[in-house]
Write a protein that binds this ligand. Structure first.
Ligand SMILES: [Zn+2]
Length: 256
């Protein structure tokens, strides 16, 4: 039985039985883990008040035999992004972020960069008034870390640098030039500005993402592309994304 400790952000929580919950954490040191946590509700609740979304914890857990669900024995609140919980618009967007990380991250695969990216975007959402451009930066970085976003310098059909006309093929996960665009009739026209924004985002480290600005036109284009891309890879609509669409709160306002 190995006892592990790590800083972690809660991704999802599902109550089971009277006092327990199944939780998914994105940990800094061990990637995503799934755990059983006892005593979260009821009169003797140990963690109830503190097991909240949009917060960093120090957790302690150990492996159970023959299962990938760990026992979480300690869960100490380290930092809460309180500004998120106070704003409905921020809450639903932050839930979307958590759902995305949960869906795109495999269990038990170390990825401190994904953890830092998640902490970065929660901090960004807590701090900024307009958060949608930050979410685009986050999504593209997450796709890159998941190995799904290649460099857009060359056409995936003929390996040449595309001229004026470029298309993004969700199926190929890359760029098609004008000559090759027929190979995927669903390929989406991609402006030079959007292509160079994606390449720029790939080159920046997480801690420097906040320095990037995306114009309104490019952010609209990227929004559409990212939605298609995510839907293609997950094969489903994210509940939180559908909700955001319904209440219409994704703005195309670029943050300063
Ligand atoms: Zn080509």
């Amino acid at each position: 039985m190995t006892i592990q400790k790590s800083e972690a952000i809660l991704l999802a929580k599902r109550d089971i039985r009277e006092t327990s919950a199944i939780v998914a954490f994105c940990t800094r040191d061990f990637g995503k883990i799934k755990g059983l946590i006892k005593g979260v509700r009821g009169p003797q609740a140990k963690f109830g008040l503190y097991l909240r979304e949009f917060a960093k914890f120090d957790i302690v857990y150990y492996e159970k035999q023959r299962t990938d669900t760990y026992m979480v024995t300690q869960c100490d609140l380290k930092y809460a992004y309180t500004e998120i919980a106070e704003d409905f618009d921020k809450v639903i967007k932050a839930y979307y972020i958590l759902e995305l990380v949960d869906k795109f991250t495999p269990l038990g695969e170390k990825s401190p960069e994904t953890y830092d990216l998640l902490a970065w975007i929660l901090d960004f959402i807590a701090r900024e008034k307009f958060v949608d451009s930050g979410i685009i930066l986050f999504e593209l970085k997450l796709l890159e870390y998941s190995g799904l976003l290649p460099s857009l310098d060359f056409c995936t059909g003929c390996s040449k640098r595309p001229g004026r006309e470029g298309y993004f093929s969700v199926r190929n996960g890359g760029l098609l030039c004008g000559d090759c665009s027929d190979s995927d009739i669903q390929a989406i026209r991609l402006s030079k500005g959007a292509a160079s924004s994606i390449n720029m985002i790939r080159k920046h480290k997480v801690e420097n993402l906040g320095r990037l600005t995306i114009t309104n036109t490019v952010s609209k284009e990227l929004r559409m592309l990212i939605d298609k891309f995510i839907e293609y890879h997950l094969g489903e609509h994210l509940k939180t994304r559908t909700f955001i669409k319904q209440v219409g709160t994704f703005h195309s306002v670029a943050s300063p």
